[in-house]
Design a protein around this ligand. Structure first.
Ligand SMILES: [Zn+2]
Length: 319
């Protein structure tokens, strides 16, 4: 199932806001579907009109459990939206505090790491950071021996499903039984996971700003960003005065060469949050998927900021 689409809607309910009765909030549930080889089901849910309309897929051992947990997840999502907005979400009539949905803590709902990665990549794609099947994305599922679940080569990144991921080993090779073709840059993910032992998720985006800046500053082998509040979004950075160094590696199609360059940069400074490949893209990582996702957002924000303040050489195409 497309992680950003609800699919066939089997049920929906409308709510209003007590202080703005004209505003309609719609909770929707999609048709449960099998999502894994072992026959597990997932049921997609979505809340429209309350700010966060991202589709969440809730898993269960069968369709009935997926529906049951999806209803609870909808209740929890509406409740947390109500708490955040400070307003009151109303079903049926104003005096009613009951949303007519069961509620459990969202943390108790298990969303598989593969689903979370697909949803994260779809989100990055919406920003235009992995267009045209560009970029590749992985999570470390096991440390000893190293196992990485990574996006397959050539897949459109806005609509990945867990079937579009492939499990590889420490050499970036598919493990026995895998039939998918891993991304061309899989070895780099394996090297990053090996060198930065805390990395649980590695994300590689191809954005306009990261491509431009990598190309522009490659002669200096890197750039240092300082003075911006948003730097504090990078793990461990406590002040805007922190100097964040971003190495820039020359681009090549030789993955062994690039992995040696990464090893060299790590030996010089292991305190990195990411690096650029010139004219190509960003690699960043985090202990968790959420942290790595945040690092992409922070870097892309900072790159656009630096880029807008930079005068670029005119592009000079050969005749
Ligand atoms: Zn790439």
């Amino acid at each position: 199932m497309n992680p950003k689409e609800i699919g066939t809607i089997i049920a929906e309910r409308q709510f209003t806001l007590s202080d703005n009765p004209d505003r309609i909030i719609t909770a929707r549930m999609g048709m449960p579907k099998v999502f894994s080889d072992n026959g597990d089901y997932c049921c997609p849910i979505q809340v429209l009109g309350a700010g966060n309309d991202r589709v969440l897929e809730v898993g269960g051992v069968d369709a009935v459990q997926a529906i049951d947990l999806a209803l609870k997840a909808l209740g929890a999502r509406l409740w947390s939206m109500q708490k955040e907005s400070g307003g009151k979400i109303v079903w049926l009539d104003e005096g009613n505090w009951d949303l007519g949905l069961p509620m459990i803590n969202m943390n108790q709902i298990e969303v598989s790491p593969a689903h979370s990665l697909c949803a994260c990549v779809a989100e990055l794609n919406r920003h235009g950071w992995c267009q045209g099947t560009g970029g590749n994305f992985s999570i470390v599922t096991e440390r000893d021996p190293l196992r990485i679940l990574i996006t397959q080569s050539g897949k459109e990144k806005g609509s990945l499903t867990p079937e579009d991921l492939v499990l590889v080993d420490s050499q970036g090779k598919p493990v026995e039984g895998e039939t998918g073709k891993p991304s061309a840059e899989t070895l780099l993910h394996a090297v990053i996971a090996e060198l930065w032992e805390d990395a649980g998720c590695i994300l590689h985006t191809h954005s306009i700003w990261n491509t431009l800046l990598g190309e522009h500053f490659v002669d200096r082998a890197g750039m240092t960003i300082s003075g911006y509040e948003m730097l504090k979004g990078l793990e461990g950075v406590k002040t805007h005065e922190h100097k964040v160094h971003v190495p820039i590696l020359p681009n090549t199609q030789d993955m062994q060469d690039l992995s040696e360059q990464i090893r060299f940069r790590h030996s010089r400074n292991r305190d990195l949050h990411g690096f650029l490949i010139a004219g190509h893209g960003l690699y960043t990582w985090g202990e968790t998927l959420e942290q790595a996702h945040r690092h992409v957002e922070i870097f892309e924000f900072l790159f656009e900021l630096v880029g807008r303040r930079t005068t670029f050489r005119p592009y000079n195409p050969s005749p």
